[in-house]
Design a binder for this molecule. Structure first.
Ligand SMILES: [Zn+2]
Length: 600
């Protein structure tokens, strides 16, 4: 049971739009009253995942998951109910009652890391715009032709050359050096005494997560001899560079609208494209494209175009990114710029439309990848070929799930043709390395328990009817025992409805889901909810359901009693025989009443 009062949960939920929250993960399109998209919880090609904005719930008609916004976050981010509540409370600015929970300390420390990054972002930005020390940085950005709106939009800043400017500002706001260190913004002195600012004399680019909170920085050196040219925040409890895509918090609406995203390598690439009017862009920064990146991108767009600088296309990092994306189902393409260009200079010289046209006609990732392989290995020699195969093998072995079979076959065929290798031989080789995988396989999902069969459809419909027309609940509670239903899960739902009614709580699917710890139940609940009913016929339907279950239950009890009677007779247990006979008389009377009612 949640420890947070229901009225606060309700306020948080009212202040949140489930469509927004789901949209951060699923590409949604509107169809009638509802939104539909590809289910993030199962693999599918046509959208069966629906979000109902009126009731603020989601339901998948394919895998039948469902729930409210808290449930969605729990499932998609693998967090607890409390964490989901905290996340949304923070997002909506609703204060939770002070109460020490188990993850309180963690939440506090994450909160301080966010505050530290937020402060740094404001501090750097202020220094760039207003401080004398920022002159050189301003000149640099001007030389890169960044307009002041762009600088504003992306919160670009400047870290001054001093050793503790940010630390001092943080100290004044009750953020001790230890927190600044944890947030990746300060370093401990070698001597062990005291801290100093990590970023000095650099132009800073705040990196935001999809909730639009600054979680890290990328920073570019201003002096030509300053090393490294680009310095990133280290990984922290709130920043995982393999997960976050730079700029996407800002550009995702454009990405969603175009159903397409151009992926570039650095902050400046992204910023200059956006400034040039190409808004559907995201950037990996300081890392090759990861599976997490791909998953995120796939939620916003069906089409991904990787844009490489001319000289970067064949790099190991780029090749690794290509392999990652090849192992997914994403429709990905590659544009490789001429050697002398990066996205910024290219757009400047040829204009945004030329770039868009290139993106439109881009080469498929597989073509590009194989072309790169051919460039790196002498495919006319046996050794060259076998080295190319070695490079390619990890990707093929990654596609080892049954649902990957078609993709794997296609790749095998393409590769064997392109490298003129016997397809069967390649197949054998890949098979051999699948049998001896390197290292333990990553566990993607918790082991599945054998699912219980679905409850009888009529029982679900009955609960659905009560949910849609709560006015029948009082009478139902009076006349009807939940045990009359056969499925224990539906019984539990029925009991819950009765209890909520008895406690004068709202009959609201969204809120009820919070009370359910069992996933199957909340799945069932949204399924019940989704049943359509006709208001005019609802009373008759309700009566019919009640009678139907009562009759069935009566018959089941008669059957059971008869069987028990047989056993009692066999073992000559007279007391038992007497008890069961009395029971049977009552049950039969009840049955006759049903029959009479039906005939009247
Ligand atoms: Zn699904």
């Amino acid at each position: 049971m949640p420890r947070i009062p229901e009225d606060i949960l309700e306020r948080i939920r009212d202040a949140t739009d489930i469509v927004d929250v789901v949209s951060e993960h699923v590409h949604l399109g509107k169809k009638g009253r509802n939104f539909f998209g590809l289910c993030p919880f199962h693999d599918e090609k046509s959208p069966s995942f629906s979000v109902n904005p009126d009731r603020q719930i989601y339901h998948c008609f394919g895998c039948e998951v469902g729930g409210n916004v808290f449930k969605f976050l729990q499932e998609i981010d693998r967090i607890t109910f409390m964490e989901a509540v905290k996340f949304l409370a923070e997002r909506t600015g609703i204060n939770l009652p002070e109460r020490s929970g188990p993850s309180r300390e963690e939440a506090d420390s994450a909160d301080r890391l966010y505050r530290a990054n937020d402060l740094a972002q404001k501090y750097f930005h202020h220094m760039l715009l207003n401080d004398d020390a920022g002159t050189e940085a301003r000149e640099y950005l001007q030389a890169r032709r960044l307009e002041s709106e762009t600088i504003e939009r992306f919160g670009i800043g400047y870290a001054t050359p001093g050793w503790d400017g940010l630390l001092k500002a943080a100290g004044r706001r009750d953020l001790p050096p230890q927190i600044m260190e944890q947030a990746g913004l300060a370093l401990q002195r070698q001597s062990g005494n005291g801290h100093y600012d990590r970023f000095r004399d650099r132009v800073t680019f705040p990196i935001a997560n999809l909730s639009n909170r600054t979680i890290a920085f990328g920073a570019r050196a201003l002096q030509p001899d300053q090393e490294p040219k680009y310095l990133n925040s280290p990984e922290t409890p709130i920043y995982h560079k393999g997960r976050v895509l730079y700029g996407l918090a800002d550009t995702r609406d454009a990405v969603r609208r175009r159903d397409s995203v151009i992926v570039v390598e650095g902050y400046m690439d992204l910023i200059s494209l956006v400034q040039a009017g190409i808004e559907h862009v995201a950037a990996t920064s300081g890392t090759a494209l990861t599976e997490d990146h791909c998953r995120t991108l796939a939620r916003y767009a069906h089409k991904v175009v990787l844009l490489f600088d001319g000289d970067a296309a064949g790099s190991t990092a780029a090749m690794r990114g290509l392999e990652v994306i090849l192992s997914t189902k994403i429709d990905a393409r590659v544009v490789s710029l001429p050697p002398e260009h990066d996205p910024d200079t290219f757009v400047l010289e040829h204009g945004p439309d030329t770039l868009l046209a290139r993106a439109e006609n881009a080469q498929s990732v597989l073509d590009f990848y194989l072309q790169q392989l051919a460039q790196h290995h002498d495919l006319s020699s046996v050794e060259g070929k076998s080295r190319a195969v070695e490079t390619f093998k990890p990707l093929l072995t990654k596609l080892d799930k049954p649902q990957d079979a078609t993709r794997r076959d296609l790749l095998l065929r393409e590769v064997s043709q392109r490298l003129s290798i016997d397809e069967q031989a390649l197949r054998e080789e890949v098979k051999a390395s699948v049998r001896h995988p390197r290292g333990p396989r990553r566990i993607e999902n918790e082991p599945l328990k054998a699912p219980l069969p679905d409850p009888p459809k009529l029982e679900l419909e009955f609960i659905g009817l009560l949910l849609n027309f709560p006015q029948y609940i009082p009478d139902t509670a009076r006349e009807f025992a939940p045990e009359t239903l056969t499925d224990p899960r539906v019984q539990a739902l029925c009991r819950m409805l009765f209890n909520r009614h008895a406690e004068s709580k709202a009959i609201d699917v969204g809120m009820m889901i919070n009370e359910l710890e069992d996933n199957t139940l909340s799945r069932l609940l949204t399924k019940c909810e989704a049943e359509g009913f006709d208001e005019e016929q609802s009373e008759q339907q309700w009566r019919d359901y009640l009678r139907h279950f009562q009759k069935k239950s009566n018959q089941a009890r008669i059957d059971a009693a008869r069987q028990a009677l047989g056993q009692a007779v066999a073992s000559n247990d007279e007391d038992e025989i007497a008890r069961i006979s009395t029971e049977l008389v009552q049950l039969n009377r009840q049955r006759q009443a049903f029959v009479a009612e039906q005939n009247s």
